[in-house]
Design a protein around this ligand. Sequence first.
Ligand code: ADP
Ligand code: MG
Length: 245
Amino acid sequence: MLTLENLSKHFGGVRAVDGVTLTIREGEIFGLIGPNGSGKSTTVNLITGLYTPTTGTVTLDGWDLTAMPQHARTSRGVARTFQNIRLFGNLTVAQNLWVAQNGHEQRREHFLSRWFKPGGEHGASVDELLQFSRLYSKRDVLAGNLSFGEMRRLEMARALASNPRVLLLDEPAAGASQEDGQLLAERIRAVRDRGVTVLLIEHMMELVMGITDRIAVLNFGQKIAEGTPREIQDDPQVRAAYLGS
Ligand code: ADP
Ligand code: MG
């Protein structure tokens, strides 16, 4: 469904991403792991259009996204969260979602309708997204006053506001407590169960190994392995580069 073909991004002499080819299948939770600096966030930035690749292409359902600006990719169904949380701290939780919703004019009417209210005539609402994200009781709290785990869930909710087909999560559990991490894992599964394909970047191995269908491993910008969580855990090259023996 989402295909990266010989994708590279060089910053001067740094090959942040270096000839990566991989395909993410519809409906799966795909893990992207690797040491710090191995090119994971850069890969997300290439998929969303924040960066222009040095070489290669990004296609979604056969549509070449490579030359499209970010908003066009959003319209095609690509959404992401940031490794460093980007919320409006002085807006409430609900306001953050309204802003995200209204940032996509053409989607306003059927905001989230496809998967929050299948077949519903009234369309979906921010309230439903709040409930889905387990943030309803916090809707009038300033985003800046949330716990870290709540901020992470709000980040994800904000990405979901564009009604994506593919959700790219860049270290969604970073800084969250274990309990928050578990709730997040459960919500990621729930997102997938509603038909959204997920690309998950995460260092918390328990989370990655527990919820992904397949995993690719990056090292120095190159893909060094791809397979099921079990295959990845048993791969000697991966253990040497990343997991530790
Ligand atoms: P990861 O997310 O796996 O930790 P990144 O994709 O953030 O890794 O970074 C990969 C490499 O690219 C690192 O060496 C990083 O310093 C470099 N890099 C990332 N973004 C930029 C940039 N905008 N300018 C220069 N170098 C960058
Ligand atoms: Mg990163």
